[in-house]
Design a protein around this ligand. Structure first.
Ligand code: FAD
Ligand code: DHB
Length: 390
């Protein structure tokens, strides 16, 4: 079998790339280790930047998001006794974000692939990228007990943090930057009315809490828990009680509680691999970088990588120019590092760091007081939250 581009991974990065290449007439095949139901069962991000919304529009997968997504013009920050609404729209000259779950984005992309008979091979095991530094790249995989090989021009590694693509790059060719935080987020999804019509990010002496949502009837909440916490140690009742404490008395009086339909813990990590291109192998999304979720940048960064990468591949086939491929890594990394900085800063502002002592707590309070008193500081926060330009 031969195709122009093999995409490894059918998460949001891989499916969005495949969809954009298809619309431009570039032939590609997506190889995914899991089955579609498993991919859809992973509850992850919930906030889309304007740039990602526009990309979904261009990819012709925005109809349901336009109907069911919730545009948000602001959010609330709460640190100790200071509460502050960040007026995204007012501070950025009219920009906002869209609350629409990663699961729904993925489902819309899957539906679009099914409708056009797009080539996505699920439950492909032992996926192996070969000869990407040479003239004849290919990818081998096993499916239903048979081995297959696909010859191609390019391999796109969209297979997440634990994927095979980055792991296939020889050690000396890649530099990895990493910061691991001593806590994770325990997330709960429940069919209850959100406590507020906007998100609330809160730093309480007991730890971070976030009140988010997926719709007007479906809420998503998170609390900071120490690394190594067993999700079974937290009953639904214990999570609701802790949320009432950490979100403050005003929210506690209004919060609606109910049984969880999903509960999981995500570790927090900052990570960047440099470069993102190795001959004819390019990394995109979580395969190349991870941000802590504070600030909702993970999925949005995956989308901006796919913007640069799809343009580069379309230019390669359309205009016979490798200029976009040659500059992909540098262009994507310039935006990635800024999102890394923002996510790290929001994480430092909003979490409890027992190891960093009382000085750190005072720095957080000073940061918050500065934000509350400075229009310039709020503009900076808002322009990063709605997403820096592509
Ligand atoms: P992924 O979504 O990881 O997709 C990669 C795909 O590749 C998967 O389907 C995987 O099965 C497949 N794959 C892996 N290895 C192979 C292989 N060897 N062969 C074939 N296929 C393979 N971001 C936010 O902004 N907000 C959040 O609240 C948030 N919560 C998160 C919670 C968790 C537990 C995690 C892990 C991430 C979270 N993120 C969040 C980050 C966000 O979800 C990711 O940035 C986003 O999923 C990146 O998309 P991706 O397509 O690059 O990678
Ligand atoms: C969600 C996740 C985030 O990381 C964030 O900053 C905002 C919302 C969410 O899952 O809803």
């Amino acid at each position: 079998m031969r195709t122009q581009v093999v995409i490894i991974g059918a998460g949001p990065s891989g499916l969005l790339l495949s969809q954009l290449l298809h619309l431009a007439g570039v032939d590609c095949v997506v190889l995914e280790r899991r089955d579609p139901e498993y991919v859809l069962s992973r509850i992850r991000a919930g906030v889309l930047e304007q740039g990602m919304v526009d990309m979904l529009e261009r990819a012709d997968v925005s109809d349901r998001m336009r109907k069911e997504g919730l545009p948000h013009d602001g959010f609330t920050l709460s640190v100790a006794d200071t509460r502050l609404r960040i007026d995204l729209k007012g501070l950025t000259g009219g920009k906002s974000v869209m609350v629409y779950g990663q699961t729904e984005v993925t489902r819309d992309l899957m539906d679009a692939h099914r409708a056009r008979d797009g080539k996505v091979i699920y439950e492909a095991s032992n996926v192996t990228p070969l000869d990407f530094n040479g003239p004849n790249p290919s990818v081998t995989y096993d499916k239903d007990g048979t081995s297959h090989e696909i010859a191609c021009d390019f391999i796109c590694g969209c297979d997440g943090f634990h994927g095979v693509s980055r792991a296939s790059v020889p050690d000396g060719a890649i530099t990895e930057y990493e910061k691991v935080y001593p806590f994770g987020w325990l997330g709960i999804l429940s069919y209850v009315k959100p406590v507020d019509h906007e998100l609330i990010y809160s730093n309480h002496p007991n730890g971070f809490a976030l009140a988010s949502m997926r719709s007007e009837k479906l809420s998503r909440y998170y609390i900071q828990v120490p690394t190594g916490t067993d999700v079974k140690a937290w009953s639904d009742d214990a999570i609701w009680d802790e949320l009432k404490i950490r979100l403050g008395s005003e929210a506690a009086d209004r919060i609606e509680t109910g049984p969880s339909i999903e509960k999981s813990i995500a570790p927090l990590r900052s990570f960047v691999a440099e470069p993102l291109r190795f001959g004819r192998l390019m990394l995109a999304g979580d395969a190349g970088h991870i941000v802590p979720p504070t600030g909702a940048k993970g999925l949005n960064l995956a989308a901006s990588d796919i913007h640069y990468l799809s343009e580069a591949l379309i230019e390669f086939y359309g205009e016979k120019s490798a200029a976009g491929i040659d500059s992909y890594s540098q262009k994507a990394l310039a935006r990635i590092w800024k999102a890394e900085r923002f996510s790290w800063w929001m994480t430092m502002l909003l979490h409890q760091f027992p190891d960093l002592g009382p000085f750190n707590a005072r720095m957080q309070q000073a940061d918050m007081d500065y934000l509350a008193s400075s229009h310039a500081a709020q503009v900076s926060l808002a322009e990063n939250y709605v997403g820096l330009p592509y």
